[in-house]
Design a protein around this ligand. Structure first.
Ligand code: BEZ
Ligand code: MG
Length: 564
């Protein structure tokens, strides 16, 4: 590009990719807001169920009216694909109601209207009166077009940290040049303490102490949390970062077993290409932590990394240095596992092809020297010992069904583990996007997102106000859901059934969607049929026939438009 200016309009919450844009293409990023947030609320059958549960909870135990209500509650719960006792149902409803969702899309330069702004301020945790007023004023005054024009005019664009509004209000005003972080200070002491807490929460959630955890690490979640996921990895291994006398990250040390109080857990760390690019010091530090654990003079029953590394060294006839490699990513310059591309284009016959793609792309082992060497055999050996796979949510804005990257990384490795072991692996999502950490099974996370987002009129109507792009986003939720079926099999039947009813089988909605975006609406119908073809869902014959008719109708309409 030479000295041609590269002014790049960029989402304020994406400091990791913004940093790459700056490094690779000399970009001056001009930040813009992401969609406002709102709480999901309840709708239709979920709201009715909550009414009944509220009445039930108000009645004294032993009151005969409770028994009548219990029958109604059971039926109402079944109608919204829920089961369990009153307490369980209550908790599920509260979690769904309070879940944060994105409210439509952000239009660059367009101020938020009053109700949207108020609701956004309402959902930001711990916002005191003064801070709220301050934030409100900043949002009202926020102007993204003026700074964009200034940047295009060759003027200075002031810097701003990247992040999401809910955790980092300092991203306001937008229209500024995003910077990321101080690479020498990550993970911070706070991130280590948080990471340790979250790692313990994961261990409590899983039924037994895992010997190996497959941990997916991204750049963005680490940047936004000063390295908390890195802290999780270190905590599981029982290690801590080492800083030199200037306070710069210089490696990792082991925490003594007595202090750890449990065995060292083996961690297969898979880095996104972005993490690998942005965090080379941390990549080496993690490799050093694994190496030090593998070579520690400790009983293997107290040190699963050592136990596994010794076994791999023997089986593969390699030295311990190689057998102790646990940090895997793409080859230099490559990103992603391609599992998302295969799913999006339906270009796989058997799900094991997704495992093949994952392993081909992600089997580059990064050593203590930061260099990568392809070692598919070692990755396969390590995957065979994995007891659970885990990834953190990056932000409130993006759920595991909003973008295709989650099933590309966490789904990809889960499928590779399944192939290596010949059985399903438990998959967990760590959600600390709202301050308090929560670990959910993937199945629960998908159910929560489906109820609070995809099927929620508040969510999809706000998207549909944006026409064509709104339909595309709804379609993406469905495709990403199919990506989870393909990689983990952990999507309930009702998800596809209700998506069919809401977006394809409802005549009025089908017409609306196809008028706004004929291509995406036809894709939705075909995706649902694909889910049936691949046995991710077994609809009754009537539903299947109706879907087929709808798909034909939508295809015809699309071809008609193309012919015109
Ligand atoms: C990352 O920050 O590592 C990342 C961002 C988007 C997609 C995948 C990974
Ligand atoms: Mg991109």
């Amino acid at each position: 590009m030479g000295n041609l200016p590269n002014v790049y309009l960029y989402a304020a919450n994406n400091p990791s990719e913004a940093t790459l844009a700056k490094r690779r293409a000399n970009a001056i990023t001009v930040s813009h807001l992401t969609p406002p947030l709102a709480s999901a609320g309840l709708y239709k059958g979920l709201a009715e169920l909550k009414d009944s549960l509220t009445r039930f909870r108000e009645l004294p135990p032993g009151d005969s009216a409770r028994d009548d209500l219990a029958g109604l509650i059971h039926d109402q719960a079944a109608a919204v694909d829920l089961e369990g006792d009153a307490e369980t149902l209550w908790k599920t409803l509260l979690e769904t109601e309070g879940a944060l969702i994105t409210d439509g899309l952000h239009v660059v330069g367009k101020p938020m209207d009053d109700t949207v702004r108020r609701e956004l301020l309402d959902v930001i945790p711990g916002l005191e009166k003064d801070a709220r007023e301050n934030l409100d004023a900043l949002l009202c005054a926020n102007d993204e077009l003026q700074p964009l024009m200034r940047a295009l005019g060759g003027h200075f664009v002031p810097p701003v940290p990247g992040g999401d509004l809910i955790r980092s209000p300092e991203i306001l005003p937008t229209g500024r040049n995003i910077h990321a972080f101080d690479p020498f200070r990550m993970p911070t002491a706070h991130a280590l303490a948080e990471g340790t807490k979250q790692a313990n929460l994961l261990l409590q959630t899983h039924a037994a102490l895992p010997r190996t955890v497959a941990l997916v690490l991204w750049g963005s979640d680490n940047i936004k949390s000063d390295g908390t996921p890195i802290g999780q990895a270190l905590a599981l291994i029982g290690a801590t970062p080492r800083f030199d006398s200037y306070g710069r990250l210089s490696g990792a040390d082991l925490i003594p077993l007595e202090q750890l109080g449990r065995p060292r857990i083996d961690v297969v760390m898979t880095l996104s290409g972005i993490f690998r690019d942005l965090l080379p010091l941390q990549t080496r530090m993690l490799a050093e932590a694994a190496w030090k654990a593998a070579s520690a003079d400790e009983p293997p029953e107290q040190n699963f990394i050592r136990a596994h590394a010794l076994a791999y060294a023997e089986a593969m006839d390699v030295d311990l240095e190689i057998a102790a490699l646990r940090v895997f990513s793409n080859a230099e310059g490559a990103y992603g596992s391609n599992v998302n591309i295969l799913v999006d284009s339906s270009a796989f016959a058997e799900e094991d092809e997704l495992a093949d793609a994952y392993e081909a792309r992600k089997s580059f082992a990064y050593g203590r020297d930061g260099k990568a060497v392809k070692n598919a055999e070692l990755l396969q050996k390590a995957l065979k010992d994995v007891d659970l796979a885990y990834q953190n949510l990056e932000s409130v804005e993006l759920g595991v069904t909003s973008v295709d990257h989650y099933f590309d990384t966490l789904g990809g490795i889960s499928r590779a583990v399944k192939r290596a072991k010949g059985e399903d692996t438990p998959v967990y999502i760590g959600d600390q996007t709202r301050g308090t950490a929560k670990v959910r099974t993937l199945q629960d996370q998908i159910a929560l997102e489906t109820r609070s987002r995809s099927l929620n009129p508040k969510f999809y109507e706000s998207l549909l106000e944006h026409g064509h792009e709104g339909v595309r986003q709804i379609e993406a939720h469905l495709t990403n859901t199919l990506g989870w079926s393909a990689t983990t099999g952990q999507v309930d039947d009702w998800v596809y059934q209700r998506m069919s009813e809401t977006f394809v089988l409802d005549e009025e909605m089908r017409r609306r969607l196809s008028e706004l975006n004929p291509k995406a609406s036809a894709r939705m119908a075909n995706r649902l049929l694909e889910a049936n073809d691949r046995n991710y869902w077994t609809p009754d014959e009537e539903t299947l026939a109706a879907l087929q008719d709808a798909a034909d109708e939508l295809e015809d309409r699309m071809e008609g438009i193309a012919a015109e």
